[in-house]
Design a protein around this ligand. Structure first.
Ligand SMILES: [Cu+2]
Length: 288
């Protein structure tokens, strides 16, 4: 009797712990079973789409698995018992779950296409965004629907780093590893590679984009608040693929302008110093 009570207490404790874990799960699983959000509107939309699919899929999964497990236990062959009923097919049931699944697919398809427009097409920059930006679009010959300038950035994957350049801003303005962007500004990325296939991915700023030599793939993001967003090349590109990380640092538009000016001067000074060094070596007769 005592052993039975103890077993019941253990079961009750295990059930409470499991219930507690389930309650804590939404927080614990944020960004683990769903894509990350909070960096850019396209990432938020991708996250919402994912959650909608999960909300529809989880009850169906539980229902199907529940009926399966229940049937396995309820209709199992018992020792010495009679042979369980052998049922083959049920036309009305089969038609209804086929039609039901098709209807769910249609609903998911419609919802996805509604969101795809906002995920694929870069929106306008927010008021107060960087003013030196230009018009740019994905798949469209005209400016973005809602108008407004966007900032174009060329992203080039190389074993094992990312190179960035702002083709519409005064140069030289390239940088490596860290991409600095202004907040409230739609940034359109033109992603390519110069050696093998890489994949640009900052989870909080949207989906992965293949960086393929000879092709330019486009994506975009728009960050509202200053911050640092980290990512990782998502295509196995060689032995040091794991080191091919990327950082996007978002700063206020005024700070971006100041950074750009300083950065340009730094590059020019470095280029001048290098040219001087080369001249001196040539004068000394060093062979290059
Ligand atoms: Cu890689």
């Amino acid at each position: 009797m005592q052993a039975k009570t103890r077993r019941r207490a253990i079961w009750a404790a295990a059930c409470s712990v499991l219930a507690g874990l389930l309650l804590a799960a939404p927080g614990a699983f944020a960004g683990v079973i769903t894509p990350e959000k909070g960096g850019s509107p396209n990432a938020d939309d991708i996250h919402t789409l994912y959650v909608i699919v999960l909300i529809i899929a989880i009850p169906i999964f539980l229902l199907v698995e529940g009926v399966l497990i229940w049937s396995l236990i309820r209709y199992r062959r018992r020792k010495g018992g009679p042979q369980p009923a052998q049922i083959r097919g049920n036309t009305p049931l089969e038609i209804s779950w086929t039609v039901g699944a098709a209807l769910i697919l249609v609903v998911l398809g419609v919802i996805t296409f509604v969101y795809l427009d906002d995920i694929g097409n870069p929106p306008a920059s927010l008021p107060g965004g960087f003013q030196g930006a230009q018009f740019a679009t994905i798949d469209q010959p005209s400016p973005p629907r809602s108008g407004g300038p966007t900032l174009r950035v060329r992203v080039n994957g190389q074993q094992y780093l990312w190179r960035y350049e702002y083709p519409d801003l005064p140069g030289p303005n390239y940088s490596y590893y860290e991409l600095v962007v202004p907040t409230k500004t739609t940034v359109v990325l033109e992603v390519t590679a110069s050696d093998v296939i890489h994949s640009w991915w900052i989870p909080k700023l949207g989906g992965k984009v293949d960086a393929t030599p000879g092709y330019v793939n486009k994506t975009w993001f728009r960050i509202s608040k200053p911050g640092r967003y980290v990512g990782q090349c998502a295509e196995l590109c060689g032995p040091n693929h794991a080191d091919m990380r990327a950082v996007v640092r978002a700063v206020e538009p005024a700070e971006f302008e100041a950074w750009l000016r300083r950065h340009r001067i730094d590059i020019l000074e470095a280029q001048q110093a290098l040219a001087q060094q080369r001249q001196e070596r040539a004068r000394r007769g060093d062979v290059q």
